[in-house]
Design a protein around this ligand. Sequence first.
Ligand code: TYM
Length: 338
Amino acid sequence: MARIFSGIQPTGIATLGNYLGAIRNWVALQAGEDDCIFCLVDLHAITAWQEPTALRAQTRQMAAVLLACGISPERSILFHQSAVSAHARLAWIFNCVARIGWLNRMTQFKDKAGRDREAVSTGLYVYPNLMAADIHAYHATKVPVGDDQLQHLELANDIAEKFNHDFGSAFFPRIEPLVLRESARVMSLRDGARKMSKSDPSDQSRINLTDTSESIAAKIRRAKTDPAPLPDNVAELTDRPEARNLVGIYGAIMGLSPAAVLAEFGGGGFGPFKEKLAEALITHLEPIARQTTEYLDDPTGLDTLLIAGARRASAIAEPIVEEAERLVGFLTRSDQNL
Ligand code: TYM
């Protein structure tokens, strides 16, 4: 039996990209044999400015969305990262294991920092070390993510390898990304070259999992396309990023390959296709939005569940991180015999 770990930043409402790229895979995986741990990564969230009151609300809201998507608090451990101090302790050790040259290669840092690199937080720079700590604190070996996280997972393996080498142990296992190939990268509705993101300034660029049916229909109607009709075969989607994205989204929601979607809609205009796409999204997302509201109506219930999740998470991570601390040379409880 393996252990699965993944995380999501509570920096806004989960998007269709988060859902198709990661969350629905989490829901599928918790039905299997492996232990599943899902984390609301609030420590990662504050690497960019978050209004404190909003962060608290968004953390509960993200918990509600995940439960509404089908994450089960019985089958999985669901908790917020700041409630388990083992993450921050192991992250510090990894800050001292990872090399600056490795972090300098991280494309997500370059994207997020943009031209103003000197002004972003140091937390944003060491963000991938914390992510490595999240996973390794549980000896998790499988990590379901969208493909924007793959470079960070390679780094997590490099860090584990160097730790094992430096401290003469085979303590941290290798991790394996689990990526749903067909929806690993859902793109913005306004620009087929950018990924759909909860932090995009334009709300029109994304479908939020709590959007109303009217809003979903309007966003899909306005989604950017090109003037040509939909092609008959997948190869012709190559240079048409917006068309490829919408076909991909429809396929992911309906469980169809892009070829099967084009067999139905190829040769036709975007108008009728967009209508079907909006319909499919509304059918799929409406119950999620409804249940999210129900969970949010009971904040005490949500908090109770998150605290229980944090206790279970801590019970797994504490002995692992304490052993990492001992390997590093810290004086730990096991040496002190008290
Ligand atoms: P975050 O919050 O940006 O996204 C959560 C998950 O959603 C996936 N995702 C997408 N997939 C397809 N298309 C998109 N447009 C799209 N946007 C987001 C992400 O790949 C991710 O799987 N650093 C992580 C959170 C994290 C984490 C971890 C993940 C912290 N620690 C440990 C795995 C393991 C992040 O910012 O995800």
